[in-house]
Ligand binder design. Sequence first.
Ligand code: X6L
Ligand code: MG
Ligand code: MG
Length: 184
Amino acid sequence: MEQLLPSNLGGFTAYIALGSNMGDREELLRQAVERLNERGDIEVLRISSLYETDPVGFTDQPAFLNMAIAVQTTLDPIALLRVQLEEERLLGRVRDIRWGPRTIDLDLLLYDNVTMDGAELTLPHPRMMERAFVLVPLSDVIAGDHPLRNSVSTAAAAALQEGKEGIALWKTINWLSGYGHSGS
Ligand code: X6L
Ligand code: MG
Ligand code: MG
């Protein structure tokens, strides 16, 4: 059996925001990241810290844990989105109340330099710059040379400094060591 080395995957860099506010939130997030990384067509490159965040949109629900990852993938954007939706389903997501509690939410934020506006997917994510619970973890993992790096980190710092966004560092994690990422 041949191990596909991370450096052999090729493909494109994408950024995914994750959230959970039902069940064992940290375990669900960890499982989602691990399951994506186990696929031959997705490699998790970087993992943000975990943040506990006050719910927005529909506020009468438990606090979220939010995070973000950078991945490298050979999937096209729609195929990656469909993988995310299937993983949400496999991890127990039931879509009932709009903006309501969920075991796991995987949102595709950015895919290489792609801009698109379709029925299934809009890139970049149309509301990412307004959501501190997306910007703060994304600023942990966005590439140093990404064209949006400065606007993301500036908006994230502003949101944290304002203090009224309800975002608290929960923990920093090192999930990649332990399931096969060589690290160097
Ligand atoms: C006015 C109207 C202001 C709607 C905000 C914001 C709606 C965000 C939905 C909004 C509005 C959303 C998470 C969450 C949701 C999450 C935290 C959504 C979809 N997801 N709150 N609320 N983290 N903290 O992942 O993002 S529902
Ligand atoms: Mg979401
Ligand atoms: Mg979603």
